[in-house]
Design a protein. Structure first.
Length: 256
């Protein structure tokens, strides 16, 4: 265990900071993924064929291309694009995009493709009677979204979003190719320095398993809270008002 000691005698502090970097990248990528999902989910559900084609192309291509290739394209292609634009304005020096930004954005694009499909499926799973009931009650689009669509979408999407989070967390290992020092990069450095790759790569596996286990534990505790539905700091209460049984709708209650 001397190899994991903190200070100059071990790699404990370096691996600790690398773990924090992994978590930071994963959280940032997940938030970026939510942003992409917010944009492309309505396009997936749109009746406009052109908008639907754009969204389908995004989810199909990103999910069909290896994640590592997406990172390479954005890291090297992004640098080339920025340098080309800079050359137009007379700046011809080498420009390298920050590895954290590139890594988080790359994984965020990947996470967004999966999150888009999760939200699409969740929205399409909402009973049509709920929307009819909203029209009967005279709810405007704003009220319909925040009182009916959003609460039920989150209730249906959160189980699958937990899987997207675990995929995103594990995908952070791929951004070591950009030079960003996260768990895999630091394990590679430590293994090369000590000539003990088995120990450090095994410890890296333990760290990833620990992170996914803690995430799963937090998720299970969240499901056990029957009074509220919580996600990313937002608390939705009294969802049962609109979350009716499968063959029931608010219209029946209003008429009854």
């Amino acid at each position: 265990m001397e190899l994991l000691a903190f200070g100059d005698t071990g790699w404990g502090d370096e691996l600790f900071y690398a773990t924090l970097m992994t978590i930071a990248v994963a959280i940032t990528a997940m938030l970026i993924g939510f942003l992409f999902a917010l944009i492309f989910t309505p396009l997936k559900l749109s009746k406009n064929k052109f908008l639907n084609l754009i969204a389908n192309s995004y989810t199909t291509v990103i999910r069909g291309v290896p994640e590592l290739l997406v990172i390479y394209l954005l890291f090297f292609g992004g640098t080339g694009a920025v340098m080309y634009v800079a050359s137009i304005f007379g700046y011809n020096e080498y420009i390298e995009i920050n590895a954290f930004i590139t890594g988080a954005f790359s994984i965020g694009i990947i996470s967004g493709a999966y999150s888009t499909e999760v939200f699409r499926g969740a929205i399409q799973s909402i009973d049509k009677g709920q929307f009819e009931a909203a029209n009967v009650l005279g709810l405007n689009n704003f009220g319909k979204f925040f009182k009916i669509i959003l609460p039920q979408t989150l209730r249906l999407a959160i189980p699958n979003l937990s899987n997207v989070w675990q995929i995103t967390l594990k995908d952070t290992s791929l951004i070591s190719v950009t030079g960003l020092v996260e768990i895999m990069r630091q394990s590679y450095i430590a293994a090369g320095s000590t000539r003990d790759p088995l120990f450090f790569y095994s410890f890296a596996a333990v760290l990833y398993l620990l992170l996914t286990f803690l995430t799963r534990l937090a998720y299970c505790n969240e499901l056990n809270d029957s009074s509220t539905l919580s996600t990313n700091g937002l608390i939705f209460t009294n969802i049962s008002v609109f979350a009716l049984p499968p063959n029931e709708s608010l219209i029946n209650i209003v008429n009854g």
